[in-house]
Design a binder for this molecule. Structure first.
Ligand SMILES: [Zn+2]
Length: 108
């Protein structure tokens, strides 16, 4: 992995955990979809986490027979959940309805 720095602290991310399992979700509400192996790095100052070095292929997909067992087998400290881009897009779309127009001057 190349150098990766925390933009807030200007510190270099350090390896925290080799081998975390990332649970990728899909749908609304989000459900576990695929499992990925990855590594966890952390900023030594603010503790921000960087998940990187994803496996090229998923460890398991939710249609596979052993998916539930593999989910249950992930140690708590090594589970990371990522919400799907679809879910994030829907969430943002929903929330932006409540964002006021920035810089609106009612006197104009
Ligand atoms: Zn930081």
């Amino acid at each position: 992995m190349g150098t990766q720095a925390c933009g807030k602290c200007q510190a270099k991310f350090e390896m925290r955990l080799m081998g975390v399992t990332v649970v990728e979700t899909a749908g609304t509400p989000p459900k576990p979809f695929r499992l990925w192996k990855a590594d966890s790095y952390a900023c030594p100052i603010c503790n921000a986490e960087l998940i990187t070095n994803f496996s090229h292929e998923p460890l398991a997909e939710n249609y596979e027979e052993n998916f539930e067992q593999m989910m249950d087998a992930i140690p708590d400290g090594k589970r990371r959940v990522l919400y799907s881009p679809t879910y994030l897009a829907q969430t943002v779309g929903h929330e932006t309805k409540y964002v006021r127009t920035y810089g609106h001057n009612p006197n104009l």
